[in-house]
Structures are given as structure tokens and as C-alpha cells.
Design a binder for this molecule. Structure first.
Ligand code: M6R
Length: 615
């Protein structure tokens, strides 16, 4: 949450920072602001609302040109989305400016202390105290990096901070505890950002900052220390995608582009993980096979869409490995004192690798001695850094707030982990694994096929734009797919949407059915567990008898459902466990189109941010 950019070099800092903020706007869009060091002073500008408001402000009141600057795009925590609460925050003399991502938990005490010493604070934010503390420390040490270290030692909570001081015109200083911050190294210039997307147009050479580190950026290099001032080890890496991957490429939205990229994302996630004999070679899973054979429980922790991927993974893990698997919302996990020990394998699923709830859950698991395997899409992010091993999904950057290609690739990664556990523990024969691997290899083509048949789904979505409610039903792995369909619609179309296990209908939710309520039903393959199929066909009849307008997602050739479907969406035949990979796609398209028809901005739905870095 919140996007941060810092720059020092020879280009116009304002241009670099504004372009970076544009790339980071998905992280929050309650307000935006910049500060540039120029003419011996500090020139700030900030506005509530989206970046476009700040652009307008800057065109009306241009800032002086400077080559050092910082910027921020906000997802509000402390204080409403107003001009005054927008970052950067300044000290009373207007010499230091700071931007922040996270929450400073002891800000009230610090604020009281500062007011007691005569500081005047102008906003309701937790961030502003940092500007004042930095000014105080700088006045005695005249070194912004040192001032930052001293201040950070006094802060509690999760924070990424980036600051500049008018008395050190060619320096940007950043600090990191929990929330993300990456350094970009260019020729005679350096960058700081919450995400490499902010500087990928300038450099692909990045440095990952660790916990409790402070970085000082100058044109000729960067210096990293711990909060205690000791030099720190850092990991440099090359970003393996370029600026074009973070552009819309002619699509009306990032979401549409990312939906279309799914066949490639799925194929890329399988790449290099299957040897010529068809066995799995997950070298990244560095947990020794002997330990994996001792595992007696798998626990999956994740949030939102990633949680839905986890729910689906449970079916595969238990079916293929016979190891009990629990799936838990990361935000609930550590508070209920879960039973964990060194024989529990905890799988943390996260696109961003920065979701604070998931990070806290994995830390809790490690404290109990459990092994943690991350499934993640973001190289160098915190969750993989703090896990015993990581299996990266190769979805490429996902910019739209609503997760699409990340979800499909998370599923692929979960299936690979489940099969790998089956392989290592000998619960699946080699030929059985090869058969599933062959099925997985066909999924990319099947997703492509679904994408080619989406026009009727778009038309249907447009026709439902005036509805208040859409319900989603599924059974078995179709149940989490229904939950995911409902989540997509809620977050994008701002409609009442709920997903149910179809069997639960008669235990309450069927009371929601009234004349013409659209109900999307995900029907399992009739070739798989036919009992499952029969039961859901009965459920469709039950809701239809009560007036529901049925939108049925069913496999090609499944004729049984035809009489009961007001709208029929066909998907290619897949094995039961893999069906979510194709059944989810029409639901993504449906939500995207319906939200667009309601006039909503699909890439930046209201109140949300892509990366949820506060608990
Ligand atoms: O980055 P993560 O995968 O950890 O994010 C988890 C959720 O915040 C995320 O999936 C969210 O639910 C999506 N916006 C849903 O589309």
C-alpha cells in the first residue's frame, strides 16, 4: 500500500518521479505528492485524489527544476484522503521532506513529545512525526542517513521511509522495516521505489534491501547499513522483464491485458520444471526430500484471491499426497494459536510477496519451527526472502488491482508442489505424475480457447449491469472458483456478489433467490465424479424453480445441463482437479466487462490497493 519513488541523478527529478508514480498508482490512489530539491530549498506539491489532480496542480504551478526528488501515491491509513494528509510531509522549517508506506504504531506518543517541544504538526498522519524527528536529528549530526538511522530506532510498526533534506541536495535516504523498498542502479543516477516498475524504464539493475536497513543514494553509488550503522550485505539482481511488460500495449486496461496473457503465464510457470522423462524437477524447493517425507500436515496461508488458490490446492494436495491440508486466511492465522511443529509444511501464497498478513503468518510459522515454502510472483520481495524456499510463478508483472494471471499461475504452482510431494513421498506413481503433467501442459491452450469464445460472456455482463446482486455456486474445486468469481465482481463492479458451496444452499442462502436473480453455477466435469455432477444439476433445478436466472459454466459436450441453463458458457474438458484453471477465466471477463459497463475503472477499483502492506 502506498507507492514511493526517490531519485538522484542528472535528469529532471520531477519527470522521473512522476513517471514512477504513474507506474505505482495501483498501490494507492487517495492522494499524490512530490518534493524536489532546487535552488537551495525544497519545492513540494501535493493533492488529494488521483495522480491526475497532482499533474493539474503542477501544470498550473510548476516546480523549479531539480535533479533530486521524492514522490508518493497514498492509500490512506491515518487521516482521510485530504491535501493536508497527502505526502510528502515537511518539518516546520520546510527543509526536510519525507514519504512513507506503512504504519508507525507509536506515532501518538511521538507526536505528543514533539508538540511538547514546540513543533507544530499540520496533518492527522502518523508520517509527519518522522519529518520533525529527522529535522531535530539532522540539526545535530548534519547527515541525513545518520539522522534516519537514529529516528528509525525510535519507531515502532512497519515502515518504508524516503527522505530528502535541502542541506544535502544530492542525497536521497531510504529506510525499510517490513514494507517493500528496492534500489535501482543506473549510470550516474540511482532510484528508490516500492516496486521496480517505477524505474524499469531507466535501469534493470536492482538491489534488494533487507529488514531494518537504511540506504543512502548518491549519483555515484549507494551505501547500505543497518539501523545500527553497521555496513549491510545486500543482494543485487537483474530484473528479467522490461518496461513494455508494465504497459497496456493497446489494451483498454491492464486487467484486460493480464487476462489475455494467461496462456503464456501458465506455460511459463511450467517451463523448466519438468524433465524429459516427465518427472518434476523443482530445484527451487530446497527443503530436503527426507524432510518432506516427514511432513504430517500442510497448512496454506494467503489472502484474497491467493487464498482461493489455496482452497483449490487443498483438494489436489490431499488427493495426490494423502497429507492433511488446512487452508487459512493469513489475517486470522497467528491470532488463533495454530498447532504447528517442525513436521508442518506451511505454504505462503502471495502475488506481491509483500502482503503483511501473509508475512506475519509465515513468521509465526517459522517461530514454531515449521518449514515455509512461498509461492510468489515477485522476485526479491519479503515473503520469499523470509521463507525456506520459494517457487516463483512466472506471470510477469501484474498491475491491475484485481488478480487474474497471478491466480492461474498460483494454481499451477500449487499443483506442481502437490505433485512434487506425491513424487517425493511415493504416493503417486511416475506414470500418474506424467499423466497430470501432460494435462497441465494442455491447459495453456485450453485457456487460450476459452479466451477466444468470450464475446457472449461480455454481452451477458453488459446486460446485467443494472442488477444489484449476482450469486455464484460451485461444488468441490468449483466452490473456490465461485468464491473467486464473487470476489472479482465485488471488487470491480461494487455489487453484492456472494459465492456458495452449492450443497449449502438449502441451509440458508437459497432464501436470497428471487425472480431473475442471476446465479452463476460452475459445473464439474460429468466424466469425473458423476455424483458431484448429478448433485449440482439438481441444485441448478432447485434455484431455477425459484426464479433464478441461471448462468451455467459447463464442459463442452455436457448435454445434461442444457435444459436448465438460461445462459450456457462452455469450457474445454479438463480433469476435475484442473478445471479451475479454465472455469475462472469467464468469471474474470464477466467481472471486468460488467464493471466497465457500470462506468468503473477496472484497474483501480475504489478503496483498494494492489499490495496490502498493512495488517
Ligand atoms: O499479493 P497477494 O497475492 O498476497 O495479495 C493478496 C490479495 O490482497 C489479493 O489477491 C486481492 O484479493 C486481489 N485484489 C483480488 O483480486
Amino acid at each position: 500500500m502506498c507507492g514511493i519513488v526517490g531519485y538522484v541523478g542528472s535528469q529532471s527529478a520531477l519527470d522521473v518521479v512522476m513517471a514512477g508514480l504513474k507506474r505505482l498508482e495501483y498501490r494507492g490512489y487517495d492522494s499524490a505528492g512530490v518534493a524536489v530539491l532546487a535552488d537551495g530549498g525544497l519545492a513540494p506539491a501535493k493533492r488529494a485524489g488521483k495522480l491526475v489532480n497532482l499533474e493539474k496542480e503542477l501544470s498550473e504551478r510548476p516546480l523549479p527544476t531539480g535533479t533530486t526528488g521524492i514522490g508518493h501515491t497514498r492509500w490512506a491509513t491515518h487521516g482521510g484522503p485530504t491535501d493536508a494528509n497527502a505526502h510528502p510531509h515537511l518539518d516546520n522549517a520546510g527543509r526536510v521532506a519525507v514519504v512513507h508506506n506503512g504504519i508507525i504504531e507509536n506515532f501518538a506518543a511521538l507526536r505528543a513529545e514533539l508538540t511538547g517541544r514546540g513543533h507544530g504538526l499540520a496533518s492527522e498522519t502518523d508520517t509527519e512525526v518522522v519529518a520533525h524527528l529527522l529535522a531535530e536529528e539532522f540539526s545535530s549530526c548534519a547527515d541525513l542517513a545518520e539522522a534516519m538511522r537514529l529516528v528509525c530506532r525510535r519507531l515502532e510498526g512497519a515502515f518504508t521511509l524516503v527522505a530528502v533534506h535541502a542541506d544535502e541536495p544530492d542525497v536521497v535516504v531510504g529506510a525499510r522495516r517490513n514494507s517493500p523498498l528496492v534500489v535501482g542502479i543506473g549510470e550516474g543516477e540511482a532510484f528508490l521505489a516500492s516496486d521496480v516498475a517505477a524505474f524499469i524504464a531507466h535501469t534493470r539493475e536492482a538491489v534488494e534491501l533487507g529488514q531494518d536497513q537504511v540506504v543512502e543514494l548518491r549519483r555515484d553509488g549507494v551505501t547500505v547499513t543497518g539501523f545500527d550503522g553497521r555496513p549491510a550485505d545486500v543482494r543485487a539482481y537483474h530484473v528479467d522483464w522490461d518496461a513494455s511488460a508494465a504497459q497496456k500495449d493497446g489494451y483498454a486496461s491492464f486487467m484486460l491485458k493480464e487476462i489475455a496473457e494467461q496462456p503464456k503465464a501458465v506455460a511459463d510457470t511450467l517451463l523448466g520444471r519438468i524433465d524429459e522423462a516427465g518427472s518434476l524437477t523443482l530445484d527451487e524447493v530446497r527443503i530436503p526430500a527426507a524432510e518432506l517425507r516427514e511432513i504430517d500436515k500442510v497448512v496454506i496461508v494467503a489472502c484474497g484471491t491467493a487464498f482461493h488458490a489455496g482452497l483449490i490446492a487443498k483438494y489436489a494436495i490431499e488427493h495426490w499426497t494423502r497429507i492433511p491440508c488446512e487452508v487459512e486466511l493469513a489475517s486470522e492465522f497467528r491470532y488463533r494459536d495454530p498447532i504447528l511443529d517442525p513436521r508442518s509444511l506451511v505454504i505462503a501464497i502471495s502475488q506481491s510477496g509483500e502482503t503483511m498478513d501473509t508475512l506475519m503468518a509465515l513468521r509465526h510459522a517459522r517461530e514454531q519451527g515449521s518449514r515455509v515454502l512461498a509461492i510468489c510472483n515477485t522476485n526479491g520481495s519479503t515473503i520469499p526472502r523470509e521463507s525456506d524456499a520459494v517457487l516463483y510463478t512466472h506471470a510477469g508483472p501484474e498491475v491491475a488491482v484485481a488478480s487474474t494471471k497471478a491466480f492461474l499461475t498460483q494454481l499451477v504452482a500449487c499443483y506442481l508442489v502437490a505433485l512434487y510431494l506425491g513424487q517425493v513421498r511415493g504416493t503417486k506413481w511416475g506414470d500418474e505424475i506424467r499423466a497430470v503433467v501432460r494435462d497441465l501442459a494442455r491447459i495453456s491452450g485450453a485457456v487460450d480457447q476459452v479466451l477466444g469464445t468470450m464475446e457472449p460472456v461480455r454481452e451477458l455482463a453488459r446486460s446485467l449491469a443494472g442488477k444489484d446482486t449476482v450469486l455464484f455456486l460451485g461444488r468441490h474445486v468449483g466452490y473456490p472458483v465461485a468464491l473467486e468469481g464473487a470476489l472479482k465482481l465485488k471488487e470491480l463492479a461494487y455489487m453484492h456478489a456472494e459465492g456458495f458451496a452449492a450443497g449449502e444452499l438449502k441451509h440458508g442462502p437459497i432464501a436470497l433467490i428471487e425472480q431473475d436473480v442471476p446465479v452463476v453455477v460452475v459445473v464439474p466435469s460429468p466424466r469425473g465424479r458423476s455424483l458431484l455432477h448429478d448433485k449440482i444439476v439438481s441444485n441448478i433445478q432447485e434455484i431455477r424453480a425459484r426464479g433464478a436466472r441461471t448462468i451455467v459454466i459447463a464442459e463442452e459436450g455436457d448435454a445434461t445441463v442444457e435444459p436448465y441453463a438460461d445462459h450456457l458458457i462452455r469450457i474445454p474438458a479438463t480433469p476435475t482437479l484442473l478445471q479451475p484453471l479454465v472455469a475462472t477465466v469467464p468469471l474474470q471477463v464477466f467481472a471486468c466487462e460488467l464493471a466497465t459497463a457500470r462506468g468503473n475503472e477496472v484497474d483501480q477499483p475504489r478503496n483498494l490497493a494492489k499490495s496490502v502492506t498493512v495488517e
